[in-house]
Design a protein around this ligand. Sequence first.
Ligand code: FAD
Length: 330
Amino acid sequence: MSERALAVIGGGVIGLSVARRAAQDGWSVRVHRTDARGASWVAGGMLAPHSEGWPGEDAQLALGLESLKLWHTGFLDGLPGEVVTARESLVVAVDRADVADLRTVAEWLSVQGQPVSPTTAARDIEPLLAQGIRHGFVAETELAVDNRRLVQALEAACTALGVQWAPPVTDLTEVPGLRVIANGIDAPALWPGLQVRPVKGEVLRLRWRKGCMPMPDRVIRARVHGRQVYLVPRPDGVVVGATQYEHGRDTAPVVTGVRDLLDDACAVLPALGEYELAECAAGLRPMTPDGLPIVGRLDERTLVATGHGRNGFLLAPWTAERIAAELAQG
Ligand SMILES: Cc1cc2nc3c(=O)[nH]c(=O)nc-3n(C[C@H](O)[C@H](O)[C@H](O)COP(=O)(O)OP(=O)(O)OC[C@H]3O[C@@H](n4cnc5c(N)ncnc54)[C@H](O)[C@@H]3O)c2cc1C
């Protein structure tokens, strides 16, 4: 084994981002992975620290902004194909309570030095919005990526850099050298005591059909009578997400979750009613008690990168940099 060998356990967006960055730094990298695609295959792919923000979550906002900057300044370099599907978010509110909610978020962002652009003419920005939706704000620097294309692009970039692929790990003793635990909700099985739990989310994929109204070209997030829904553009349609609740490791999309998402999506963009319902899925977010990821060193030979909750795509570049810095320290 070469002196600079590194094993990354987990082939989701986090493991792949860490592996690619380490390989770029000259490490001889091996990624252990399973056939199961994990949360990364299900996600919406929004890179959205502003519109995900909520008063009190100042640390999450700061981290998200740091990572969004990396998305804008190099993380995409060298990735094959086009993975970005939107370059702006429009956040809107449906009823009066929703408007008040959004105002709270916008004011908090402003206090954080992150003013967003409020509007009372949301339909001038996005004419496909349902009549009556007026209030909202635009987050100009947010992005969205096609999560599946990104995972495949990272895999291709890793392969091109000489990263090796290896079978899953059942026990850390199988990986005696330097290793990074990056297997999402399964991290506690390798390192008991890691505070990561699965939080389920249903998500739908709607496909554009001939004769339908066009797809939005920005992310649309909405508060709909207290619930939240988002619509993320894809080359062939739109991803609608996402529910959020705890139900162990259950990944069956259930009727009430799917119904709520469809109701809310159509309340915001009625034209979606004519799209094809192409896929219903559910994934498990690796969530931590404080909502912040667990990224760093566990012992001399073991590093960890998990617990990214709702923001694993957003935080992938930051995580890769953090682990690279830790590796550089030796
Ligand atoms: C419905 C939904 C919507 C989301 N939307 C967004 C969004 O819009 N923006 C955003 O930033 N984030 C979003 N997320 C969150 C994001 O998907 C996760 O934070 C992210 O995918 C976590 O990546 P990961 O690589 O840590 O875990 P995973 O993607 O779960 O990957 C872990 C991998 O490790 C493998 N593995 C497990 N055990 C082992 C083992 N012992 N050995 C080897 N491999 C193993 C698994 O099979 C899996 O492939 C969403 C999540 C869900 C569920």
